[in-house]
Design a protein around this ligand. Structure first.
Ligand code: FE
Ligand code: FE
Length: 390
């Protein structure tokens, strides 16, 4: 059995204090993994500054990426209606039968948990790891008495960590964001970037978003932000680097809206190879030109990101996982106008990346051919290759 710690919360936004508490908890009982679970619609908070579940989940995914032993799940944000801990624990017991569950809470929650829905069931499903508040604010003797009461009355297994959590709050982070203060000391850098790029909590917009807004129409910019958001969620779901997915999503259409001579010039000067078919179809030029522009004007040096931008329109055979994520995110982002088969692709994107990409390529090929337009052979190949797999 592995020891699985569960870190629930609204994470509005996630900050360094959450990560530190998770580390303290992991140390306390030698956890193998800590799973971060952003709340859907928490029963105990009604908050007008609450960002969408997708935004809070994406920031969580960016925060835990590359942190050994830390993972995240969108289990709660995808569940409709009010989130109850007992439901989440029951579901995790079913989906993770290999794991002993440890629910990580702050000490103030220890005084409330007896009033939560089905506390006795919670006590059966998991143990608790309690992170005390800083010593000056905590009454250690009272906390120990409360733990003893819950052990006695409801049968909880309770571990109180010897270290307390740091004094950072999401409220303070939101205030700092709104005031335009740098957030890199209080949240992981990718989270600070995400907040600024999407202008969350009233933060002044990041330079990249401002630069994009100078060449993209408001509609295209909104699509871009939505693709970036969707790409992070897909990356988190399928084990890809969410930071790369976000950057590629942000810049995938950076060359859109430029005229054909400019696009051709970018492709030439960037040394990007484009085939004859592509060069003869203006609608396709922004993908190779976008890769050149991302490198030149947005200073992207990551070849994987540039490649995802390069192939986002036509797709190609044997795409990398990141390329598939951007190709798919472009097609399924929530603002995308409806087309036949979109719901099916979206449903598949929750389960199987390859099947979702295959469906997307097939629908895209049908769409183009039905309108009597020319289809790039690469899209045709992708749709044909994958049609046997679906
Ligand atoms: Fe595009
Ligand atoms: Fe696009």
């Amino acid at each position: 059995m592995i020891k699985l710690g569960l870190m629930g919360g609204t994470f509005n936004p996630i900050h360094n204090g959450h990560l530190m508490c998770a580390r303290i908890a992991a140390e306390t009982v030698k956890l193998d993994e800590v799973l971060f679970l952003p709340d859907g619609e928490p029963p105990h908070k009604s908050n007008s500054t609450l960002e969408s579940g997708v935004s809070r989940f994406n920031m969580t995914a960016l925060a835990v990426w590359g942190q050994p032993g830390f993972t995240c799940s969108d289990l709660e944000i995808r569940r409709s209606g009010t989130t109850y801990t007992v439901d989440t624990l029951t579901e995790l017991k079913r989906t993770r039968p290999d794991a002993t569950l440890y629910y990580i809470i702050g000490s103030d929650t220890l005084y409330q948990i007896g009033k939560w829905r089905q506390p006795q069931s919670i006590a059966q499903l998991c143990a608790l790891i309690v992170i005390p508040r800083p010593a000056s604010e905590e009454n250690a003797a009272e906390l120990a008495r409360q733990a003893a009461r819950l052990r006695e009355e409801l049968g909880f297994e309770i571990h109180i960590a010897s270290e307390s959590g740091p004094a950072i709050s999401s409220t303070a982070v939101r205030t700092m964001a709104a005031e335009g203060k740098p957030l890199s000391d209080v949240v992981p850098q990718p989270v600070a970037d995400y907040i600024a790029q999407h202008g969350l909590y009233g933060a002044p917009l990041h330079q990249m978003t401002c630069q994009l807004s100078q060449t993209l129409s408001p509609h295209r910019l909104s699509h871009t932000l939505s693709v970036a958001e969707t790409a992070v969620s897909l990356a988190a779901r399928f084990g890809e680097n969410p930071c790369q997915a976000h950057l590629a999503g942000m810049l995938h259409d950076c060359a859109k809206g430029l005229d054909a001579p400019t696009l051709l010039q970018l492709i030439r000067s960037g040394g990007i190879s484009a085939d004859e078919v592509e060069l003869s179809m203006p609608a396709l030029l922004h993908a190779p030109a976008g890769a050149a522009l991302a490198r030149e004007q947005y200073h992207v040096t990551d070849a994987a990101v540039l490649s995802a931008i390069r192939w986002h329109t036509t797709g190609r055979r044997n795409m990398t996982r990141l390329e598939k994520i951007i190709y798919l995110a472009d097609m399924i982002e929530p603002e995308r106008a409806d087309f036949p088969g979109l719901d099916e692709i979206r449903a598949q994107s929750l389960v199987d990346l390859d099947k979702a990409v295959a469906l997307a390529a097939a629908r895209s090929a049908e769409y183009v051919l039905e309108r009597g337009k020319k289809l790039h052979p690469r899209t045709m190949e992708l749709a044909r290759d994958n049609s046997t797999r679906v």
